[in-house]
Design a protein around this ligand. Structure first.
Ligand SMILES: [Zn+2]
Length: 234
């Protein structure tokens, strides 16, 4: 392989590797995994809030039941007292207290019933929510797997290109490589073919005198394109 062929080959390999790295950074598979992960997080947050809601409403139900028992005990005590009362004014006061307790009892029953209904609804919602767990987790697993496959495919291609890159560089002198690396770090593509009077790097035409100069250069010499500064290969 001549120096000119090795230089163009090196450029092709580096360009190919740049494209692969760009592809690796912009994989659809990664966007998909990000989207599915957001879905999983949202699913988990909904599950947590349903579980919290169930615990909260169950607590209210329990509290209402305890309050009901307390009111019942107090009512029984007052009813027993009522049987021993003779004075009408005392009986009237007890009646009033019993009526207040009955009102409290009705209120706590109502509170308990509302909470029980809400608890039932939250439990139903949780059951439906849990039924979707397997499919959402499977989607996340599969998205993760696809991203890994896509990434490892690119890694394998990059490893192969690296071998070829080292092979091409071994055919070029230190001075040429230093120049190549310097131009490449500045404008990405360092070597371009001169086709007719046109630089394939910048697609501009060189003057007849400039073309002449390139043509007169030695086989291992690659003059700069006067327009873009790339190493011109005849
Ligand atoms: Zn050029």
């Amino acid at each position: 392989m001549s120096a000119a062929e090795a230089l163009l080959e090196l450029q092709r390999i580096d360009t190919g590797a740049d494209q692969l790295r760009h592809r690796r950074e912009h994989l659809d598979e990664r966007d998909r995994l990000v989207a599915v992960t957001a879905q999983v997080n949202k699913w988990e947050s909904t599950r947590r809030s349903l579980v919290d809601r169930i615990a909260e409403t169950a607590g209210i139900v329990e509290q209402a039941e305890a309050e009901g028992s307390r009111i019942d005990a107090e009512t029984a005590r007052l009813n027993a007292q009522m049987r021993t009362v003779i004075a009408p004014r005392e009986a009237e006061a007890l009646q009033h207290e019993l009526a207040t307790l009955a009102g409290q009892r009705a209120e706590s029953d109502e509170r308990g019933l509302v909470a029980l209904t809400e608890q039932g609804e939250a439990e139903e919602a949780l059951a439906a929510h849990l039924a979707a767990e397997e499919s959402i987790r499977e989607a996340a697993r599969s998205a993760d797997e696809r991203l890994q496959i896509a990434e490892s495919g690119i890694e394998a291609e990059l490893a192969e290109l690296e071998q070829r890159r080292l092979g091409a560089r071994a055919l070029l002198t230190e001075a040429l490589l230093a120049r190549y690396d310097r131009v490449r770090s500045k404008i990405g593509v360092a070597a371009a073919r001169l086709t007719g009077s046109r630089c394939e790097g910048c697609h501009l035409d060189l003057s007849a005198a400039e073309v002449d100069e390139v043509r007169r250069a030695g086989d291992d010499e690659f003059p700069d394109c006067p327009q873009c500064g790339r190493m011109l290969v005849r």
